[in-house]
Design a protein around this ligand. Structure first.
Ligand SMILES: [Zn+2]
Length: 258
């Protein structure tokens, strides 16, 4: 089974019934998490009821991408004391933020921390974290195995590195925050859906998934705008949506239990 499941699709703060950024990757039994924002942990546990995870990758320190890492820490620290440490790949600011919530405990008791940006072998994957422009250090994530690439921007403004990040990816998950006036801001730290489509095209990605929707946004309008710029399949991230990874796969399906 090679697939990715959306745990959360909102930017900044969650809409009712939704969650902030998070994705669960299943790859031949290996379990990889990409981001763990507000309200993603219960969805993770719905997807993987035993709570077992093989590795976690976090793009940046903003809480809509990392706060439920604290819940995962507590689950391990109190629920499985002395268990094996969980590999965590993230910019150093993520550890600083979560440590601030647990000043009396060393997070390294639970997490085996590897700094991003950087390149690592993570289970079956070659992992690359590339720096992208944001308010804080954000690392776009690319994982490759068996000639299949999955890429995820985290939060980013426009940058040439986006084409490198998503180069020939089977699925390129690109943030499409679409805040009012985004493209007119003097300093760019987020994207509009039109730009998400453009960068997916420049990368030569096969499929595009938009995510990190600003609460209240018209997601169908975001997808329509991206489709004008990108000729491949365009999906909108949706809590519980699962997309199969690999050649000749299309679309996604909902998991009822999430
Ligand atoms: Zn965000």
């Amino acid at each position: 089974m090679r697939q990715i499941t959306v745990l959360g699709s909102c930017g900044a703060f969650p809409e009712p019934g939704r969650a902030c950024s998070g994705f669960a990757v299943d790859w031949d039994g290996y379990r990889l998490l990409l981001d763990l924002g507000y309200a993603t942990l219960p969805r993770l546990l719905a997807h993987w009821p035993d709570g077992a995870v093989d590795a976690v990758v976090v793009t940046h320190e903003h809480p809509d991408h990392c706060i439920d890492l604290h819940g995962l820490f507590r689950m391990r620290f109190y629920g499985d004391p002395g268990g094996p440490r969980l590999p965590l790949y993230c910019p150093p600011g993520v550890v600083d933020r979560i440590s601030g919530l647990e000043p009396d405990v060393d997070l390294h008791a639970v997490f085996d921390v590897h700094p991003l940006p950087g390149s690592y072998r993570v289970g079956p994957f070659a992992l690359t974290g590339l720096p992208l422009p944001h308010h804080v250090l954000n690392t776009g994530i690319r994982v490759e195995a068996d000639g299949v690439a999955l890429a995820y921007t985290g939060d980013t403004g426009p940058a040439p590195a986006l084409a490198e990040l998503g180069r020939d990816a089977d699925l390129f998950i690109v943030e499409a925050t679409d805040r009012d006036g985004e493209i007119d801001r003097p300093t760019r730290n987020l994207l509009a859906s039109t730009e998400a489509g453009q960068w997916a095209g420049r990368a030569g990605a096969r499929r595009l998934m938009l995510t990190h929707f600003w609460p209240g946004n018209d997601r169908a309008a975001s997808v329509a705008a991206a489709r004008k710029e990108f000729g491949g399949e365009v999906l909108a991230a949706e809590e519980g949506l699962t997309v199969t990874l690999g050649p000749n796969q299309r679309g996604g399906h909902r998991i009822d239990r999430v």
